[in-house]
Design a protein around this ligand. Structure first.
Ligand code: SAH
Ligand code: SF4
Length: 358
C-alpha cells in the first residue's frame, strides 16, 4: 500500500502549535482549513511562501477528492470520495429541514443539514444485511480523512463555517473499531476556532462493541451514541451481526447504562426491520422489556434491499404496527424516512454501484 502523507486536517490545534511557529500562523491556517475549507496551499493568501513550501514537504492540505456525486430530489447528496491511496469511501449530505419563510418571503429558519461520515474503508464486523460488509475490511481512516469528509461536503455545498451542522458516524465502517482516530476527529470538530461542532451535535453509531462503548464513555467527549440493535434475542442478532457472540445484547445494555449522557437526552437504538425476521409484534414486546429502565428512543429503519440479498423490505403496515406497539407501551419511536431513496440510499450502495460501472 502507498504511504499516506499526513494532512493538516490530521492535527488538533495544540499539535499544530507544536509544529508551526510563530503561533499566530496556526490561527491563520486553522481559519483557512475550517472557515474557508482550503484544499491547496495556494489558497492560503496571507501565509508566507517559505512556510507553505516547508509544510508542503510533509503535509498535504486535504486528503480526499470528490470522485462521484448523486443528487436526490429531496436534497440528499451522496458522495463517493477518493483517498490518497485511491481507495474510496462514502459520505452523505442530508437535508433534515427545509428553509422556512414568513409571509414576506423572509427567512425565519435556515434549512438544517446533517453529514453522515465513514470511519473505515470497509468493515470487519461483517453484518449479513450490510453491503459494506461484503467487500471486507481494507483499512482504518485517519483522523484527517474523517475530518476531511465534513470540510469537503461543507465546501461543496457552500455551507458557511458558522452555520450549525450535525454529524452522524453512520457511513462505512464501525466507528468504535477505529476509536483513537474517531476520538481525535471528534476533538478537531469541536475546536471553537475551527468548525466548532459540539459533542452533542455528533452521534456515534455502533454495532455494539460493548467494551469500546465503555472506553468512549470514559473519554467524556460529550457525544451521543446510537446502538444498532436490530434484534431482541441473541440468536437472531448473532445471525445478523456475527460479533454479537462476543458482545451480546445484555453486555451492550449494561454498557449503555454506564455511558455518560446528558440527562435531557436519550440513547438512540436503531432497529433495522427485515420482513419476516424481526418485524412481528412479539419482537416489539421483547424490545419494550429490554429497554425498560433506559432513557431510550427507537429509530426503526426499513431494510434497504440490494441485488443478491435474501432479506426483504418490510411492509409499511407492519412497520407502522411495530411503531404503534412501542409508542403505546411508552417508548419514543420514529421511523427513519429513507432520504435519497431515488439514489443509492443505504451505506455502501454508491460504492458498490460505481465498482460495477467500471
Ligand atoms: N457500523 C456502524 C455505523 C455504520 S452502519 C453501525 O453498524 O451502527 C449505519 C447504519 O446503516 C446501521 O444502523 C446499519 O444497520 C444500517 N444499514 C446497513 N445496511 C443497511 C441496509 N441494507 N438497509 C438499511 N440500513 C442499513
Ligand atoms: Fe459494519 Fe455497520 Fe455494516 Fe455492520 S452495519 S458491517 S458494523 S458498517
Amino acid at each position: 500500500m502507498n504511504e499516506l502523507k499526513p494532512s493538516l486536517l490530521d492535527f488538533t490545534k495544540e499539535e499544530l502549535l507544536s509544529k508551526i511557529k510563530p503561533s499566530f500562523r496556526v490561527k491563520q491556517i486553522f481559519g483557512w482549513l475550517y472557515h474557508n475549507y482550503a484544499e491547496t496551499y495556494d489558497e492560503m493568501k496571507n501565509i508566507p511562501k517559505a512556510l507553505k513550501e516547508e509544510l508542503a514537504q510533509e503535509y498535504i492540505v486535504n486528503p480526499v477528492k470528490i470522485a462521484k456525486k448523486e443528487i436526490s430530489t429531496d436534497g440528499t447528496v451522496k458522495y463517493l470520495l477518493e483517498l490518497q491511496d485511491k481507495k474510496t469511501i462514502e459520505a452523505v449530505w442530508l437535508k433534515m429541514k427545509e428553509t422556512q419563510l414568513d409571509e414576506n418571503g423572509e427567512v425565519i429558519q435556515e434549512a438544517k443539514y446533517t453529514i453522515c461520515v465513514s470511519t473505515q474503508v470497509g468493515c470487519k464486523v461483517g453484518c449479513s444485511f450490510c453491503l459494506t460488509a461484503k467487500g471486507g475490511f481494507t483499512r482504518d481512516l485517519t483522523a484527517g480523512e474523517i475530518v476531511a469528509q465534513v470540510v469537503t461536503l461543507k465546501r461543496d455545498n457552500s455551507h458557511e463555517h458558522n452555520r450549525k451542522i450535525n454529524i452522524v458516524y453512520m457511513g462505512m465502517g464501525e466507528p468504535l473499531d477505529n476509536l483513537n482516530n474517531l476520538a481525535k476527529a471528534i476533538e478537531i470538530f469541536k475546536d471553537s476556532e475551527g468548525l466548532s461542532i459540539s459533542g452533542k451535535r455528533q452521534t456515534v453509531s455502533t454495532s455494539g462493541l460493548s467494551t469500546k462503548i465503555d472506553k468512549l464513555g470514559e473519554m467524556d467527549l460529550g457525544v451521543h451514541i446510537a446502538i444498532s440493535l436490530h434484534a431482541v434475542d441473541d440468536e437472531l442478532r448473532s445471525e445478523l451481526i456475527p460479533m454479537n457472540k462476543a458482545h451480546n445484547i445484555s453486555s451492550i445494555i449494561e454498557a449503555v447504562k454506564r455511558f455518560p449522557i446528558d440527562t435531557r437526552k436519550r440513547v438512540m437504538f436503531e432497529y433495522l426491520v427485515i420482513k419476516n425476521k424481526n418485524d412481528d409484534l412479539g419482537s416489539a414486546k421483547k424490545l419494550v422489556k429490554l429497554l425498560s429502565g433506559i432513557k431510550a428512543k427507537v429509530n426503526l429503519i426499513y431494510f434497504n434491499p440490494y441485488p443478491g440479498t435474501d432479506y426483504e423490505r418490510p411492509t409499511r403496515d407492519d412497520m407502522v404496527s411495530f411503531q404503534d406497539y412501542l409508542i403505546n407501551h411508552g417508548l419514543l419511536c420514529t421511523i427513519r424516512d429513507s432520504k435519497g431513496m431515488d439514489i443509492s440510499a443505504a451505506c455502501g450502495q454508491l460504492k458498490e454501484k460505481t465498482q460495477k460501472d467500471l
